[in-house]
Design a protein around this ligand. Structure first.
Ligand code: NI
Length: 136
């Protein structure tokens, strides 16, 4: 009998979408305002979903205090109030699209969670633009 739990979090960060292989005109055509050389910010909302079996002793899937601390240490401390392109190792050469940010977050968390837990990360770049990894 499997169950899922979710912990929500958020972080504010700046980014610029840019492909250095392309000239300015093509970058502007593809990425529009998101290619603004002086960056722009988002209030990213994060959902971290875990699935697995309930622990018989605690009645928990995972102690959400532990998940909350993990998200704080691995994600919020790393990305909150940062310029993703300039301030983080993860996006020095990786375009910080919502898709790429979502996969980076999944990888950061995956290694720190028990292998018995399934992990899904959902990232809201705006209320209407949402990405999920692994894919539905
Ligand atoms: Ni943006």
């Amino acid at each position: 009998m499997k169950i899922s739990v979710c912990r929500k979090a958020h972080f504010n960060a700046a980014h610029r979408l840019h492909n250095p292989e392309w000239d300015d005109a093509k970058n502007k055509a593809i990425f529009g305002k998101c290619n603004n050389p002086n960056f722009h910010g988002h209030n990213y909302q994060l959902e971290v979903w875990l699935s697995g079996k309930i622990d018989e002793e605690t009645g928990y899937l995972i102690d959400l205090k532990i998940l909350s601390k993990l998200i704080e240490e691995e994600i919020e401390n790393r990305f909150d109030h940062k310029n993703l392109n300039l301030d983080t190792e993860e996006f020095k050469t990786l375009n910080p699209t919502a898709e790429n940010i979502c996969i980076v977050i999944w990888n950061l968390l995956r290694g720190k969670l028990d292998a018995s837990l399934d992990l899904k990360v959902r990232l809201f770049e705006t209320d209407r633009n949402i990405v999920e990894y692994p894919a539905i």
